[in-house]
Design a protein around this ligand. Structure first.
Ligand SMILES: *Cc1c(COP(=O)(O)O)cnc(C)c1O
Length: 382
């Protein structure tokens, strides 16, 4: 991935920054597009995974819609070329301001998580003379078998409408004139690598379909959300879209007129990005040798927040391998990218790549310690 010519160009730049391999992103989008159209699914890219405008432009050029969690994301998506009629708005705490702005933009659908939220959407819609399309985000109580901070579909989570409340929700909808019920939505977690999790979700959906049919409620949209994981051990490996589509097609029972929607985030952008950093100091600790780099948890928070593992490469050294801890400069002990890993002999000035960092990297960056936000560099612009 990092040929010498690219490396020369990267190492002259001010670090840290995100390097995006546009070829990887494009081939991921191609694969997803052909798999999705073969199965007839509608894809909405989950913008929160990475809202970099250049990446959004590339992703929108494949004809995907966007899944947004704030009006700022909706606005950003529209500027990047996503059509409002292909934008869905999710989130457990949508503000009145954001709801109103989304209605005025005529977005496709609101994925709703509670009766109070639906009532507010109805009232704002009636004030602006609109009818809002809505889908109900249901909490199916299916465990995603992933880190607890990114598990979102079990009963103790704040997300979605519990199944035992659905009857009340459906009754309430009858008296609301400015919302139109379009279907059901799920998103049970992220970085899901066990395919059996999606099988459990499909069987839960099949049961729910029977219930909706029993009350004569028509579902046009069955939205499975995102969640498909990537292989952080092997940054060259694309997400397993094919296995995912095959499994869903095998287990889900659609009824006439229904369409499956999906909202992949990580699986689209994860493998195209690397965080490029420079070694500031190599420091001997009491038990280990610290490689202190100029990227920190403010640039990539996943290791600190989720104990996440990213492959780390020293791009400039070819020396013998040693054991190191790779840490950032931020005043927090959680600012650690890896402990006890093998790297070639590392010294001040070496260039370090933290791989598989395209998703939930740049989009979660902060300015803690008043650090600058990381920049971004694209493979086709150097
Ligand atoms: C975060 C999120 C996604 C994307 O999840 P990935 O694991 O990145 O695919 C999709 N839908 C909703 C509602 C989300 O909150």
């Amino acid at each position: 991935m990092f040929e010498q010519s690219i490396l020369d160009k990267l190492s002259n730049r001010q670090t840290p920054f995100y390097y995006y391999d546009v070829g990887v992103l494009r081939s991921t989008c191609e694969t997803l597009k052909s798999e999705a159209s073969a199965s007839g699914y509608k894809v909405h890219y989950a913008v929160k995974a990475n809202a970099n405008p250049r990446l959004l432009e590339i992703i929108s050029s494949y004809g995907f819609g966007a899944d947004c969690v704030s009006f700022n994301e909706i606005d950003c998506a529209m500027r990047a070329g996503f059509s409002p009629s292909e934008i869905v708005f999710a989130g457990v705490g949508k503000t009145d301001r954001d709801i109103e702005a989304a209605l005025k933009s005529d977005i496709f659908c609101f994925n709703c998580e509670s009766i109070p939220e639906i009532e507010v959407i109805n009232s704002i819609a009636s004030g602006t003379g609109k009818t809002a399309s809505i889908a109900l985000r249901i909490n199916p109580n299916v465990s995603a078998h992933t880190h607890k901070y990114i598990t979102t579909g079990i009963h103790e989570n704040k997300f979605g409408i519990n199944i035992w409340d659905l009857e009340e929700v459906m009754n309430r909808l009858k008296s609301l004139d400015n919302v139109r019920f379009r279907g059901i939505h799920f998103h049970i977690g992220s970085q899901i690598t066990r395919m059996s999790v999606f099988r459990s979700l499909c069987s839960k959906i099949n049961e729910l379909q029977d219930w909706f049919a029993s009350i004569d409620a028509e579902l046009e949209i069955i939205n499975l959300g995102g969640g498909l994981g990537i292989d952080y051990e092997d940054p060259e490996k694309p997400a397993r879209f094919q296995n995912y589509f095959r499994l869903v097609n095998e287990y889900i029972r659609l009824r006439p007129g229904q369409r499956i929607h999906i909202e992949p985030g990580r699986s689209i952008v994860g493998q195209c990005g690397s965080l490029i950093s420079r070694v500031l100091f190599v420091k001997k600790g009491s038990k280990t040798v610290f490689v202190i780099i100029d990227a920190g948890m403010t640039d990539l928070i996943r290791p600190a927040l989720y104990n996440a593992h990213h492959m780390i490469e020293n791009l400039t050294s070819t020396g013998d391998e040693h054991w190191y801890d790779v840490v950032g400069p931020v005043c927090e002990s959680a600012d650690t990218f890896a402990t006890h890993i093998r790297l070639p002999e590392t010294k001040r000035g070496d260039i370090i790549a933290i791989r598989s960092a395209g998703a939930y990297g740049e989009s979660m960056a902060s300015r803690y310690n008043m650090r600058d936000l990381p920049g971004s560099v694209f493979s086709d612009e150097i």
